[in-house]
Write a protein that binds this ligand. Structure first.
Ligand code: ATP
Length: 281
């Protein structure tokens, strides 16, 4: 397993931000951690990345305990924070070189990654002249320079326009295909649905559902069929899939060429979240 978390807790003073969570992420997966503001996503991410001490439970990465074996863990992970923490007056290359000196890694793959994210031309541009999307890509390159096995991203596309977000998604999919496991937090259900093999919903410090998007949708499907007939009426017939009469009725309509459209109602991840937590986004 790449990540194993059991009964993980975090208290801030008398506030219990994580109330004992359990999950595991396999090697090669893209795993999404979803939840509304204050759910505990960033807290979990920071504990896993060794930036915060848990107050209970256990978390391991590649079998190593994240706090006791912090240095060894750091060599295997990359971290992309939600907020840019680059040196605005330094160029892209200077920022990356600075990071490499700090973490004692080589810069030999810097150009390769800058090319991958289409930023090679901006290598000698001061960071302050870059757009938010470009800065986000610099953060991504910075997190990849030491070729980590696991990449953490906190809200990777928050504040990006749809084209830049799409671009970032493609890059993340490529990185994952090349073998890097990805753990990301997001508010964005579409993003998670597009990128993640498995997801966990976090609410008020607890995991309230987890599985692949497909599994969750099947579990929470309401098994209704909506049929629009070709009889001039605009009203859809709503039928229960598990009712015996439904198949007779639908096959009769189909035989007589009366059906204009049929939809099964599959819930979105956002629908499922509302259902399992009673909270809206
Ligand atoms: P967001 O989507 O807004 O980033 P989140 O799911 O990442 O939210 P966290 O930042 O992990 O949530 O916060 C979880 C809870 O812990 C919140 O109630 C928050 O107010 C509280 N919290 C976070 N950091 C601290 C801190 N340093 N001191 C006290 N409470 C904190």
């Amino acid at each position: 397993m790449m990540i194993e978390v059991s009964s993980l807790q975090k208290e801030y003073g008398d506030k219990l931000a994580l109330k004992g969570i359990d999950f595991a992420v396999a090697d090669g997966e893209v795993f999404g951690f979803l939840g509304p503001n204050g759910a505990g996503k960033t807290t979990t991410l920071k504990i896993l990345a060794g930036q915060l001490q848990p107050t209970g439970g256990q978390a391991t990465i590649l079998g190593m305990e994240v706090t006791a074996q912090k240095e060894a863990v750091q060599l295997n992970i990359g971290f992309v924070p939600e907020k840019t923490n680059l040196y605005e007056r330094l160029t892209v290359a200077q920022n990356l070189q600075f990071f490499c000196r700090l973490y004692n890694c080589k810069t030999d793959n810097m150009d390769e990654y800058l090319h991958k994210v289409n930023l090679l031309k901006e290598k000698n541009t001061p960071v302050k002249q870059l757009s938010k999307g470009m800065k986000q890509k610099v953060l991504l390159v910075r997190a990849l320079l030491h070729r980590p096995k696991l990449l953490f991203l906190d809200e990777p596309t928050s504040g990006l326009d749809p084209t830049s977000a799409d671009n970032m998604h493609r890059i993340l999919q490529d990185i994952n295909k090349a073998g890097t496991t990805i753990f990301l937090t997001s508010h964005n259900m579409e993003e998670v649905e597009k990128l993640c093999h498995r997801v966990a919903f976090l609410n008020e410090g607890r995991i309230v559902a987890q599985g692949s998007p497909e599994e969750l949708k099947l579990q929470h499907a309401d098994r209704t069929l909506r049929v629009l007939l070709d009889d001039g009426s605009k009203e859809e017939k709503v039928l229960d899939m598990d009712c015996k009469e439904t198949s007779t009725l639908v096959s009769c309509w189909l035989r007589h060429g009366k059906v204009r459209a049929i939809h099964s109602s599959e819930p979105t991840l956002a629908d499922i979240f509302v259902k399992v937590t009673g909270r809206d986004f």
